[in-house]
Design a protein around this ligand. Structure first.
Ligand code: G6P
Length: 624
């Protein structure tokens, strides 16, 4: 949560900072601020509560804040309410140190008490102000370099941080440090850049450095230098980002979410292609992607998958829902039982992980605090871990033994769509690979399943071609108060994600129920006109769910039926039928989720809501 940017170079910093922050707004959007150093060595800080547009207006799109060196921040409040006072950047009283921070300083009260004893005064409720003043304190106490001062402070700080700091006596320089919060640095002929994520700087450079935990960096107009906690210079390797700049633009779509919904065919096929080699599933890259100190190899992974007695899938939000689909698919295609856990529960429930198990962590961002903590907990035991992650070199990717990257590209809308779809593909491939290695799947069956996955992008396109019907439905139902999603088995897993999409962006109260559970309580909520969305892609369960639909119809519900082409008799029961192309039943989530994403999207649009930035949410949740 929170996004940070920084720039030093030939150009005016403020417009570049605002542009970078706009790409990071998905990380937090309750207030924003920039600090720019002008030619006279003075630093000007401008902050605004609310969306970034407020800050842009206040600074005349950055033109009113001259200078070629600066830092910026977009905030999702953790310590202290959203207000201009609590917004970053924060500074020491004499403006000696000015900085922005993403993360949480856990011992900020103790550090604040120490600083109060040294006559520091505090103007905000934030932990960040404490961190900045602590750096100032050590800078003055030891009279060393900025790197020394930051290192002294970091030794005292417990928690997570990505910090970007400017020092009065070092004009034209920005200092950065990171622990557990993401940060990348970039360089081009135009200057040097820092951001929480690639999109913030992609317009200016593709040459980036992934700074490691407990490492520091120094940005000047034409150089990047890296340091360890001892203050010694270290070498980092530059990486070339393959994404093009358009991948972080809306490209003519009104919202990122709609653009990303349309990018799903590409996300699916690129993820599939990454793990296909000559028609076979190739997992040779998984070991190489994992943490550096892990003793992993493709052979070792094959051995683990052959012997697996149990799989645990741990994730949050939509990634957890992808995990539930994964459980269904793995259990259908293999003989391995799968348990799916919410990371926030798993980490505190003292899980008894069976021997010969593997724990799979799913995360778009690769930085969700609970998922990361659960991974670290499992890593302390001798249990192999696999991460399914979208963001390259993110914490979860760096710390798991094996990594499967999804190829969804940058996802900006807070409500995930294409990353979820790409996660499903990795889980399908994982299930097929396990089945093959365990001698449970003949070559012909594998080929059939892979062909079915290859057909998913065309199926998604077909659904998208007919999206106007869903738009019509959403505008008709835009004043719905409640919605219930019902389905059985895999259809219930699809309902969970469909329901989340609806409630998170359209604020319609929605719940997903296993269809058979409805009469154990929830049915009492059904009134005349209540919207019930029945998902029926599993032929063996179709009749069962349909009869649950009948039960709620007789109590006045308005029925939306989602099923596969061919099940046209559904129209005898439901008021509004939506069909998705037929696929292998175990892969039906990849198609059935598309109309549900569209319904959520169109409902939010019909209600005039901010689709890409729903209230109170942030895309990457780096706090517990
Ligand atoms: C937030 C996002 C969700 C996401 C969840 C887990 O709540 O809004 O879209 O599913 O975090 O995030 P992760 O990055 O771990 O997939």
């Amino acid at each position: 949560m929170c996004g940070i940017v920084g720039y030093v170079g030939k150009h005016q910093a403020a417009p570049i900072l605002l542009e970078g922050l706009a790409k990071l707004e998905y990380r937090g959007y309750d207030s924003a601020g920039i600090a720019v150093r002008n030619g006279n060595g003075e630093t000007e800080i401008v902050k605004a509560k609310g969306r970034l547009s407020q800050l842009a207006d206040k600074t005349d799109k950055g033109r009113a804040v001259p200078g070629t060196c600066g830092i910026g921040h977009t905030r999702w409040a953790t310590h202290g309410e959203p207000s201009e006072n609590n917004a970053h950047p924060h500074c020491s009283d004499d403006m000696n140190v000015v900085g922005v921070h993403n993360g949480i300083i856990e011992n900020f009260k103790e550090l604040k008490a120490k600083l109060l004893r040294h006559d520091y005064k505090f103007y905000s409720d934030t932990d960040t102000e404490v961190a900045i003043k602590l750096i100032d304190y050590y800078y003055k106490k030891y009279q060393g370099t900025p790197v020394d001062a930051i290192n002294h402070a970091l030794v005292r700080i417990r928690g997570t941080y990505a910090l970007a700091v400017m020092f009065k006596e070092y004009p034209g320089e920005v200092y950065v440090a990171r622990k557990d919060s993401p940060m990348i640095l970039g360089i081009s002929d135009e200057g040097t850049f820092v951001g929480s994520d690639v999109p913030a700087i992609l317009k200016y450079t593709r040459k980036v450095y992934y700074i490691g935990n407990l490492q520091l960096g120094r940005l000047t107009g034409d150089s990047l230098t890296f340091y360890n906690l001892d203050g010694d210079e270290i070498e980092l390797e530059a990486k070339e980002i393959s994404w093009d700049a358009e991948s972080t633009d809306k490209c003519g779509y009104e919202h990122y979410m709609m653009k990303e919904i349309h990018e799903q065919p590409k996300a699916v096929s690129e993820t599939l292609n990454l793990y296909l080699n000559d028609g076979k599933i190739d997992f040779s890259g998984l070991a190489a992607n994992g943490r550096e100190d892990a003793e992993t190899s493709e052979e070792k992974l094959d051995g683990i998958l052959k012997k697996l007695e149990r799989i645990y899938i741990v994730a949050c939000g939509s990634a957890y829902h992808a995990g539930i689909v994964g459980k269904n698919v793995i259990e259908q295609l293999t003989d391995i039982p799968v348990e799916v856990d919410l990371a926030s529960e798993f980490r505190y429930c003292e899980p008894k992980i069976a021997k010969n198990s593997m724990v799979i962590f799913i995360s778009q961002s690769g930085e969700t605090a609970d998922t990361l903590a659960a991974l670290r907990m499992v890593n302390e035991e001798d249990i192999p871990t696999l991460a399914i992650v979208n963001v390259y070199a993110s914490n979860i990717a760096r710390e798991a033994d094996y990594v499967m990257y999804t190829q969804a590209g940058p996802e900006i809308a807070v409500a995930t769509t294409k990353a979820y779809s790409a996660q499903l593909i990795t889980l399908y491939l994982f299930a097929i690979k396990c089945a093959e290695l365990r001698g449970l799947m003949a070559d012909e069956r594998r080929t059939e399943l892979i062909e079915a996955i290859k057909a998913i992008p065309a199926g998604i396109e077909k659904i998208l071609d007919d999206k106007e019907r869903l738009q019509w439905f959403a505008s008709k139902y835009s004043n719905a108060q409640d919605a219930f999603f019902i389905g059985r088995g895999l259809d219930h897993a699809i309902g969970l994600e469909g329901s989340l999409k609806m409630k998170e962006i359209s604020y319609v109260h929605s719940e997903a129920y296993a269809a058979g559970e409805l009469k154990h309580g929830t049915i009492s909520l059904i009134e005349q006109g209540t919207l019930v969305i029945g998902i029926m892609t599993q032929q063996g369960l179709y009749e069962k769910t349909l009869s649950n639909m009948e039960e709620v119809r007789s109590r006045g519900a308005y029925l939306f039926g989602l099923t596969s082409y061919g099940n046209y008799a559904v129209e005898d029961t439901v008021d509004f039928a939506v069909y998705v192309p037929k696929t292998e039943e175990c892969f039906s989530a990849s198609l059935a989720i598309i109309p549900l994403q569209l319904i959520g999207y169109y409902l939010a649009v019909a209600k005039g809501l901010d689709v890409d930035k729903p209230r109170n949410l942030a895309k990457s949740v780096t706090v517990e």
